[in-house]
Design a protein around this ligand. Structure first.
Ligand code: ZN
Length: 201
């Protein structure tokens, strides 16, 4: 199983990190050991002093495909979930400044909490989602604000990588990312439905 992530897919978030809005999707990967399921707690790693939450809509691929045309991409998923792309921002900034790959900052163990999925036909379109930290809403997004939509992302990734059943795509985070601390309680929502709980320990 592969986990793809899209960077800088919401212009307000790209701006808050001082990045330009990209012409093509920015793609990076996480290994399967990044997945954190069943609302298990996230333990702060000792290699970063600045772990930040990024709440994201997640596509789960349900059909084998490669070189998928955008107009056919809808045939490759029928559920959307919610996940967090935990990022060691201090490491990432250091790696970025040196022009080095981001894996150490993005792909570490348990860096991808994954909540429940919901059938697309049960969702209003475009999809609203949000993240609460200690009961206060810190991130709010709507799928219509994505620079590259679900179908474009699937088409783009599949030009390079064969997509398999079960592969996940974290589709990027809206503005409002912030540092997490031990004791924080994160709750992710699609519309008003709680999809994901993650306690930071
Ligand atoms: Zn992200």
């Amino acid at each position: 199983m592969k986990i793809f992530c899209v960077g800088r897919n919401y212009s307000e978030h790209a701006k808050e990190l001082g990045n330009n809005v990209p012409g093509n999707p920015v793609i990076f990967l996480k290994p399967d050991t990044a997945i954190l399921k069943n609302n298990l707690p996230f333990f702060m790693p000792d290699f970063s002093q600045n772990i930040q939450h990024e709440v994201e809509l997640v596509i789960r691929i349900n059909k084998l495909g490669k070189k998928i045309e955008e107009r056919f991409a809808k045939n490759y998923y029928n559920e959307i979930g919610l996940g967090i792309d935990f990022t060691a921002r201090d490491l990432q900034n250091d790696l970025k400044s040196k022009g080095l790959p981001w894996e150490l900052a993005k792909a570490f163990d348990n860096s991808a909490p994954l909540g429940d999925f919901v059938s697309l036909n049960k969702l209003s379109n475009p999809i609203n989602f949000s993240l609460k930290k200690n009961g206060k809403t810190v991130q709010q997004g709507n799928a219509s604000e994505m620079i590259f939509g679900f179908d474009k992302i699937i088409s783009f990734i599949s030009q390079y990588f064969t997509l398999k059943i079960g592969d996940l795509i974290y589709t990027g985070t809206p503005a409002g990312v912030s540092e997490v601390k031990i004791g924080d309680k994160l709750e992710g929502y699609i519309e008003d439905q709680l999809m994901l709980n993650c306690n930071v320990k």
